[in-house]
Design a protein around this ligand. Structure first.
Ligand code: NDP
Ligand code: X15
Length: 334
């Protein structure tokens, strides 16, 4: 069976998910939506991806530009088995009624509340929970990053305290700031701790700041351990955890700049780093406390999760078969 997939919202996340879907032999990318005929719409068309207007109200903009669309979102919904909603935060919940009416399954992103879906999803942590489900939410980039490493340590965790240093905007976004400020989320916990708990049952508190950078997020994580662990144990666990990579400052990975350069050097599409980057030297155990620092490529870590979520919803593969297949297709290193 090849699952027919549509993508509603062809922005930072949507275009990467569309690309990833097109690389799967058990999925077919049927089309994407755009609100306007900008360069992204023309590029999609050049790449033979059918472009649909995101709603009837957007048709005149395409007509005025002489850009022929394949139809509207409703037409796309008639042709697909599942729609990946990658519209701006909060819009997915509003779109859900359209998906229900059309009788198609839907995947939502981390900007939506957990209540939008039956399951909040990170493949390596709870793939089985999404089996056969109609509505799944892939959690936010930061929540995915936290869940990847913490689920690997789950049996040792008594309590987690984590600080998120978040990028202010994506590289293609010239409208957002801060430009010269650090903006705290003044309520504790930030949404990330409760969001991790929608996927794995651990004790966790988080706080978060936005800083003027576009490349990646960085997390400083402290775990109170309920069972002893050595630094070597933790390194071994991370070395054996899919979609987590260890980077050494000693080898020149001094900051997020070199980590992204590594993704460029791999000739990754859009310099995606699907894996969570843990600094090896940061892994440190002091008595009953474990510390480590990781970086998250916000534009791409959730992309393989969307692909695995589709497989789970259609019961196309068991967990590790899906993860391995997705990893292979996207060149994920382990
Ligand atoms: N960027 C990130 O770092 C991450 C984002 N997320 C989540 O993913 C979701 C999407 O975010 P992101 O990709 O960054 O957002 P973007 O703003 O990059 O893309 C959203 C896209 O939605 C389209 N859109 C706007 N209005 C409508 C509409 N009425 N109907 C259909 N499509 C519309 C826009 O298309 P057009 O160009 O045609 O106007 C735009 O390209 C959010 O929930 C976000 O929280 C999750 C992880 C990381
Ligand atoms: O999901 C994200 O971050 P978050 O986990 O900090 O909410 C993405 O980086 C998008 O964040 P944004 O909605 O601040 O652009």
């Amino acid at each position: 069976m090849r699952v027919k997939v549509g993508v509603n919202g062809y922005g930072t996340i949507g275009k990467r998910v569309a690309y990833a879907v097109s690389k799967q032999d058990d999925m077919e990318l049927v089309g994407i939506t755009k609100t306007k005929p900008d360069f992204e719409a023309y590029l999609a068309k050049e790449r033979a991806i059918p472009v649909y207007a995101a709603g009837e109200e957007f048709l005149p903009t395409f007509e005025n530009a002489g850009f022929e669309v394949a139809g509207t979102l409703n037409d796309l919904l008639e042709k697909v088995d599942v729609i990946v909603d990658a519209t701006p935060e909060g819009m997915g919940a509003k779109n859900k009624a359209l998906y229900e009416k059309a009788g198609v399954k839907a995947i939502f992103q981390g900007g939506e509340k957990a209540s939008v879906a039956e399951v909040s999803f990170v493949a390596q942590a709870n793939y089985e929970k999404a089996l056969g489900k109609d509505y799944v939410r892939v959690v936010s980039c930061n929540t995915t990053g936290l869940t990847r490493t913490l689920s690997a340590l789950q049996e040792y965790i008594d309590y987690v305290y984590a600080v998120m240093i978040r990028r202010a905007a994506d590289p293609n976004d010239s409208k957002r700031g801060p430009v010269d400020a650090i903006t705290p989320s003044v309520t504790v916990p930030s949404h990330h701790g409760p969001d991790v708990q929608t996927v794995i049952p651990i004790n966790i508190e988080t706080s978060a700041f936005v800083v003027p950078t576009t490349l990646m997020h960085v997390h400083s994580i402290m775990v109170e351990l309920k069972k002893p662990l050595t630094e070597k144990d933790v390194i071994d666990i991370f070395e054996n955890t899919t979609r987590v990579l260890l980077f050494e400052k000693e080898k020149g990975f001094e900051s997020t700049a070199q980590i992204i350069e590594f993704a460029r050097d791999l000739h990754r599409e859009w310099n995606n780093l699907y894996e969570i980057a843990v600094w090896r030297e940061s892994v440190s155990v002091k008595g009953k406390r474990l510390f480590y620092i990781q970086a998250v490529h916000q534009e791409s870590d959730v992309v393989p999760e969307n692909v695995d979520a589709i497989r789970a919803m259609f019961e196309l593969a068991e967990k590790w078969e899906s993860i391995r297949k997705t990893n292979r297709s996207l060149g994920i290193l382990k």
